[in-house]
Design a protein around this ligand. Sequence first.
Ligand code: FAD
Length: 634
Amino acid sequence: MQFHLNGFHPGDPDVQPAAEPPHSADLPETLDVLIAGSGPAGLVLAAQLCQFPSINLRIVERRAGRLMMGQADGIACRTVEMMNAFGLSERLLREAYWVNETVFWRPDKDARHCITRTGRVQDTEDGLSEFPHVIVNQARIQDYLLDSMRLSPRRLEPDYNLEVVAVERDEQGQYPIKVTLRRTDQARLGELVTVRTRYLIGCDGARSCVRTAIGQELRGDAANHAWGVMDALAITDFPDIRLKAAIQSASAGNLLIIPREGGHLVRFYVDLGDVHAQDRERVRNTSVEQLIATAQRVLHPYTLDVKEVAWFSVYEVGQRLTERFDDSLSTDGREREPRIFIAGDACHTHSAKAGQGMNVSMQDAFNLGWKLAAVLEQRSEADLLRTYSQERQPVAQELIDFDKEWSAIMGARPKDPEHPEDGGVEPAHLQDYFVRAGRYTAGVATRYHPAKLTAQPTYQHLAQGFGIGTRFHSAPVIRVPDAKPMQLGHIAQADGRWRLYLFADAAHTRLHDLCRYLVNDPDSILRLSTPADADVDSVLDIRAVLQQPHRSLRWELLPELLRPAKGRYGLIDFEKIFTADSAQDIFQARNIDRECGAMVLVRPDQYVAHVLPLDAHEQLTAFLRPILKTPNGG
Ligand code: FAD
């Protein structure tokens, strides 16, 4: 963490200097961005945009205040990586339950009315991420993001008790979107307010009003699958109550046990099956007593004595998706600049089984946030925003396909060895599928295909462990000036900057040549895109990783670009140069060409955009020129 760059400030460095003018209680008449809904998607987006004091932003929420309990709870490794970029991972890891192992239970072959443990696997494959898969209540994740907003320059709080009821796009002037909001608090119930905005983002959940306004529809399975969900404090002799457990009983149904934060609370997902029109009311009215009774039957011969139910719900969801995540198609069928976007459950819904809903929703928002900031801050042209729907819609489709397969396997009856003709799934097959599906559930399987923001893999062989289109897979390094061991990926803060990692060639000649080019050549993208009065790394943050032990390096002889003077006083930035950590050499771990080195270009949302040879100077510029504006000519 870096601070004091522009002068000494006492106190908590997490509290950023407040922007002017301060946050006002009243909703302004015009906005840059209005976010509808303060669920995980809306809050990630707000937390991201809050980092840019120039953006005039509000987030409205129909509830009266913060979420207190319930809903989703699984936090994929990839989501923890993203939370780390907001400075929130330490708090999350401290509070959360860590899913280290998963167990599988099935009917005992000699006594089918009893369950027995049939398998135990590591939950997340070694080396998939430096972070674990964790469980914490959605309400707490939202609290962390709310705190981040409060500490940001905008000191943003959601405007509670306000719901979006109508949206019009009339192409008038700078604020083409007119949004009508209705007050939901008793004191002013039904009162209408209008606001005009440049961009509107519907993060308003599965029944999204913004989605309806842009003519998009959730399409997919007609039948929803229902789960009875309860967070309970209970006494049990079931030995795996502190492990994630997938339990299939012979005739009482299926149960998923998710231990929760704090060491005592446990979530029980009771499978209520597919919901068809004729029995919808019955399923929806499942009582907590019925859920407890089913859980007790599934767990037989073990006992379950529920002492307190903190939250319970019947969560009924189908796997559905909209065609687009924006309003780029007008009602008369013409393509136009997108101004209204939808994210999260507003554009895709997933079953609870694979624990994707909250995670994918937050990743949507992380994808959109930096793009909106870049356009509003004039660092990129507005057509960058088209890439949001182009990238995220196929990702959601892929996850839905995975979720369907996963749900079918997890929901199937276990095969009875006495009656194989009755069908059902072999427990070994379920366990095997679970292990193979680990990359999806960890959130690291996302790969954006070659397009504007993702290059062709022409030079992928130079750094095979940084797959183009996948998230930057961190590895340990040593920071040279202060000999600090750290994760390279943790450099990436949610600050909207692109990152260029220079993995040095053995002789350092290519590294020096590239740095000279970037600083001196009038056609270098660094010179073209960095505003004249800004720090050299304000748009493109360049870091180098060298191969030799840090003690043998002469830091002061390395290129000046990697030791830049910044801020009001021209203080040196000492955090740009790293070496491989001998305990886990990043060159080896990520398969980087030691002789030639490589450039790895990473987007502000931590996805690898390009891998290039260190001497591909013009190719770097050619790739970034259509993405970054060039205030300094070109
Ligand atoms: P949401 O979290 O739904 O947030 C949408 C927000 O928008 C809400 O705060 C809502 O009040 C607000 N809003 C809605 N309409 C408007 C409007 N017109 N104007 C202003 N604000 C509006 N997932 C699991 O994995 N496991 C579970 O057990 C589980 N249980 C769930 C139980 C419930 C009751 C719900 C609603 C969801 C559950 N989910 C569960 C799904 C998971 O919570 C979502 O996938 C995730 O929250 C999606 O995040 P989001 O931000 O897109 O939407």
